[in-house]
Design a protein around this ligand. Structure first.
Ligand code: SAM
Length: 289
């Protein structure tokens, strides 16, 4: 198929397989080598790595991943894409396609069952990658953080607006619960932006690639991680209220809130969005004293 543009290659497959893009599955495909290569490089995969790819689509990113990794397991929900993936990935013996919903996939069990490299050895590390379907970006990210896969990193293409939330600093508008969830679990990095016109079909908004290098045990020490996130969610549940009021409205006892804020040295008149992860962790620990 050389000589035709990356987008035309997708259109040609669409015609040949009578494929109709399903908007409800977030199907915006990309076949631009600079992008697929940048994602594959950013994920850090090497011949000892197992890559779990979420939503391989027609398999263009999958190919770039398979060139670098020891093995790729690609989980795709849409069974109409399976024959296209089989054809496009024919030359790659190190790719296994799983026709399944990622939200219903037990990743830990999948890795146990199918994660061995071609020579039967255990992978040296695991990398999670995906050009994510935008309709479930946040649920997928949250599920990945909670899945206990032992992965080194998560590298994803997301809407630019989500990437801004991932990278946000305290006190800025995009700073939110997702920012804190991700920064608790790892160190985020913006890899690159990707303009909407590189996708087929073209979405309304631009995208960006981010990598989260996961840190086992979290990036800040905290006695009770569940309490930390209950506090964060209560704080952000009432963004316009002061932190002290938001916590009380979120179900924490007024006395305990005052005591903990004082113990942690945090002014209860501040708003949740101005607190760093470290401050939230100090506050959570102060609640337990
Ligand atoms: N990786 C391909 C690319 O870069 O061209 C496709 C990316 S497209 C944005 C998202 C892909 O995720 C689609 O192939 C879609 O069918 C698939 N998908 C959507 N929901 C899914 C789910 N719950 N589980 C697994 N795959 C899903």
């Amino acid at each position: 198929m050389s000589g035709i543009s990356p987008a035309d290659e997708i259109r040609a497959l669409e015609k040949r397989y009578h494929f109709r893009f399903d908007k409800s599955l977030g199907q915006n495909f990309i076949n631009d080598e600079t992008v697929t290569e940048d994602i594959a490089a950013a994920c850090g995969a090497h011949p000892g790595s197992l890559v779990i790819e979420i939503g391989p689509g027609m398999g263009f990113l999958t190919m770039a991943l398979a060139e670098r990794a020891g093995k790729v397991i690609a989980v795709e929900i849409d069974e109409r894409l399976i024959p296209i993936l089989d054809k496009n990935l024919l030359l790659y013996n190190n790719v296994e396609i799983i026709n399944q919903d990622i939200m219903k996939t037990d990743l830990k069990a999948l890795i146990e069952e199918k994660g061995r490299l071609e020579d039967g050895s255990k992978p040296e590390d695991i990398r999670i990658v995906g050009n994510l379907p935008y309709y479930i970006t946040t649920p997928i990210l949250t599920a990945l953080l909670e899945a206990d896969t032992g992965a080194e990193s998560i590298t994803v293409m997301v809407q630019k607006e989500v990437a801004e939330r991932v990278m946000a600093e305290p006190g800025t508008r995009p700073y939110c619960v997702l920012t804190l969830e991700l920064s608790y679990h790892g160190v985020p990095k913006l890899v690159r932006e990707v303009p909407a016109e590189l996708f087929v079909p073209r979405p309304k908004v631009d995208s960006a690639v981010v990598t989260l290098t996961l840190v086992k045990g979290g990036t800040v020490p905290v006695g009770d991680k569940d309490l930390l996130f209950r506090i964060i969610k209560a704080g952000f549940g009432q963004r316009r209220k002061t932190l002290a009021n938001a916590l009380v409205l979120g179900g924490f006892a007024k006395d305990a809130v005052s005591r903990a804020l004082e113990e942690a040295g945090i002014d209860g008149g501040r708003r949740a969005e101005t607190l760093s992860l470290r401050e939230f962790a100090d506050l959570a620990d102060a609640f337990r004293v």
